[in-house]
Design a protein around this ligand. Structure first.
Ligand SMILES: Cc1cc2nc3c(=O)[nH]c(=O)nc-3n(C[C@H](O)[C@H](O)[C@H](O)COP(=O)(O)OP(=O)(O)OC[C@H]3O[C@@H](n4cnc5c(N)ncnc54)[C@H](O)[C@@H]3O)c2cc1C
Length: 410
């Protein structure tokens, strides 16, 4: 957004509570690699130029990449400046920070979509002897006690963490709710390449049938590994990870109940994957690629044992740690502007927030399917900075007209 605001000659400042790339420095596990290939993190005026475009960035590489971009974009970043409140004012907005106040005509909310780990309330019933940690605080298996681990959530974070913890020698049970299975490679190319080329990632928010639902869909079950292998539930059960259904509740006595829908959840996920691959195959056929890439195929169905357990006594000592990989939500506790719906989500139309001169960035399926990916920021920022520029022009015209009338009557 800063790059686009500079291009449009709009005076601005970027306020950051920590260092540049703060979330990557402080809220990710050590072994994380991006699940998007190197070529795909395209930012305005900044592309991957190394010799491994199909590789997946390590955490250190992501931090270097974002920090490098801040320099290239010459973004006017004020680090160690935490925004504590944003309020409406006559001139636009009054922004309080722990380093002083700012007045501005427009505000872009780019504070991230994943500030708070979403942990169900019944986590409070977990017996105290069981350690609990979220995907946001998990760094590596050395943090965990020896013994069994229950990983709750089977999207990209949960499956990657389950794999790593299992390899550390701890028995892992993975609780599986809604998830989207995806092959890493398909017909000889990375799935992200297909989704990019076939236009799946460019699907627009105003052309999708049920955008509210699309915004709640969990991340693809993908991992970026050097061997480009698929990390789905079959890969995990093959190495000995045990699957159970979604955690439906935990009793006061510490008994976890698992939903009986595991088989259905997996069948649904297989179906969604097949639909995605159908769309890719249709596109490949129309694009004349059928003779260039390998033929279409489908992965074998997800294997689920005939009668997965429906409960587990968390007080028995079998489970020593629970890792909640149950998703994230944004934190707008500092935003004192009435822009929230009944569920506390920001009301916006493709990132144009329901308050004049306020914009959103980085939110799930905000303008496009890719909006919450690094690769989605550029297109969204171009569109929204255009809207912002028109808004400022309109305001300036209004203010000039008002000033003329005032001076006429003075
Ligand atoms: C586990 C995980 C893995 C991911 N993997 C990928 C991937 O492989 N590829 C991909 O493209 N995307 C991935 N993403 C999504 C990725 O995080 C986003 O694409 C990207 O970080 C969005 O950038 P952002 O600037 O909108 O948000 P963030 O990176 O979250 O940045 C928001 C910034 O705002 C700052 N901030 C927050 N509140 C305040 C405040 N009150 N005052 C001042 N500053 C504040 C934060 O410190 C932070 O630096 C992943 C996300 C997670 C959680």
């Amino acid at each position: 957004m800063s790059w686009w605001l500079s291009r449009r000659a709009i005076d601005h400042v970027v306020l950051e509570r920590g260092e540049i790339a703060h979330t990557w420095r402080t809220e990710r596990w050590d072994s994380l690699r991006l699940l998007t290939p190197n070529w795909q993190s395209r930012l305005p005026g900044y592309q991957y130029s190394g010799d491994d475009p199909d590789g997946y960035r390590t955490l250190a590489e992501v931090i270097a990449f974002i920090s490098g971009y801040a320099k290239v974009a010459a973004a006017p970043v004020r680090t160690h400046t935490t925004v504590t409140s944003v309020r409406g004012s006559d001139a636009g907005y009054l922004v309080h920070t722990d380093q002083g106040d700012w007045r501005c005509r427009a505000v872009v909310l780019a504070s991230g979509a994943c500030n708070i780990a979403d942990v169900p309330a019944f986590a409070g019933c977990v017996p105290p002897a069981v350690m609990q940690i979220t995907a946001q605080d998990y760094r590596n298996p050395d943090q965990l006690a020896d013994g069994g681990v229950l990983v709750v959530g089977a999207s990209s974070s949960g499956t990657q963490i389950a794999y790593e913890v299992h390899r550390s020698g701890r028995p892992v049970t993975l609780s599986v709710g809604e998830h989207i299975r995806a092959p890493r490679m398909y017909r000889g190319k990375d799935l992200e390449w297909w989704m990019d080329a076939a236009g799946v990632l460019d699907d627009r928010y105003d052309e999708i049938e049920d955008i509210a639902r699309a915004r709640r869909v969990p991340s693809l079950q993908l991992a970026g590994t050097p061997d480009r292998s698929t990390l789905d539930l079959n890969a995990l059960t093959k190495i000995g990870v045990k699957l159970v259904g979604r955690v439906a509740g935990i009793s006061a006595a510490g008994k976890a109940q698992f939903s009986g829908s595991l088989r259905n959840m997996c069948a649904l996920s297989d179906l969604k994957m097949a639909r995605l691959l159908d769309r890719i195959d249709d596109w490949a056929r129309n694009a004349g690629l059928d003779d260039v890439v390998g033929p279409p195929y489908r992965l074998p169905p997800t294997r689920v044992e005939p009668a997965p357990p429906l409960d587990m006594n968390l007080a028995s000592g079998e489970i020593k740690t629970i890792i909640w990989a149950t998703g994230f939500r944004p934190d707008y506790s500092w935003l004192d502007v009435p822009v929230f719906d009944r569920k506390g989500r920001i009301r916006h139309d493709g990132g144009v927030v329901a308050s004049p001169g306020m914009y959103l960035m980085g939110s799930q399926f905000m303008r496009r399917r890719k909006s919450a990916l690094i690769d989605g920021a550029g297109d969204d920022a171009r569109d929204l900075s255009g809207h912002l520029a028109s808004y400022l022009d309109g305001r300036m015209a209004g203010e000039n007209a008002a000033a003329k009338i005032e001076s006429h009557w003075a």
